[in-house]
Write a protein that binds this ligand. Sequence first.
Ligand SMILES: [Zn+2]
Length: 235
Amino acid sequence: MKYEIMMSCGHEDTVELFGKEKERDRKIEYFKIHGLCKECYRKKKEEETQKEGLIFNATVLPYINEKDGSILLSVWFSGDTKPHKDEIKSLGNYSWSERESADDWYSFQLPTLCWNKIIKLDSLEEEIIKATSIGAKSMVADSGLFAEVHYRIALERQKEWREKKEKIDLIKKPAVPEVLKGCTWNQKIYGKAGNYSIYPNGDKKLITDEQAEEIKNYLTLKEEYRKKVNEIKNA
Ligand SMILES: [Zn+2]
C-alpha cells in the first residue's frame, strides 16, 4: 500500500509499505521521526560522499600475470569521485566498469560500477602517488575473509609459476643461427640444394647448403624446446 507521509525533514513523500497493519503503522511512525524525503535523502548522501572525499582502494586478484608471475591488484576509486572524473581518467587505463573487490567476486547482487583498473603489485606505490596527486584522501586495502583467500591464492599461483620458471630456465634454448639473429621470418626454407634461400625480415637471402642444414636443425631443436616448455607449463 502507498502512503503519503510527512517526513522528519518537513517534506511529504510517498512510501510503499507491505506487511501487517501493525507493522506498517510502526514504519510510518519511524518515517515521521527519522525519515527523509527522496530529495533530502539524496542531498544527505551527497554531503556524506563529499565529506568522505576521494578514496583509493586496492584488492589482490585471485590470479597472476602469466607472463612475468606478478601478483595483480584491482584498484578503484570510491567516495567523492564525481568531481574527479576527468582527473581519474587522466591517470591512465582507468575504466568505468564492474568493481572487483573480493566480496564482489562472490556476490549475487548487481555489480557496482566504479573507476578501476588492474595493476601489478610492484606498481602500487606509483599508483598511490598518482591517486594522491589528484586529491585521494585515504587508501583502503580490501579486507575480510575473501580478500585474505584471494591473496593466498595469488601467492600460491606465484609460487607455482616460479617453480615452473626455474624448470624452464634449466632447459637449453637452441642457439639462433647467425643468419637469422634479430630477424623475423616465416620459418621456411625455399629452393633446393645449391640454391637455398630464406626471407629474413621479408627480404630474400640466398644461403649455403650448410646454412640451410643449420637452420633445419635449429627448427627441430626449437620445436623440441617448445614441447618441453609446454609440458612444464601444462603440468
Ligand atoms: Zn525533505
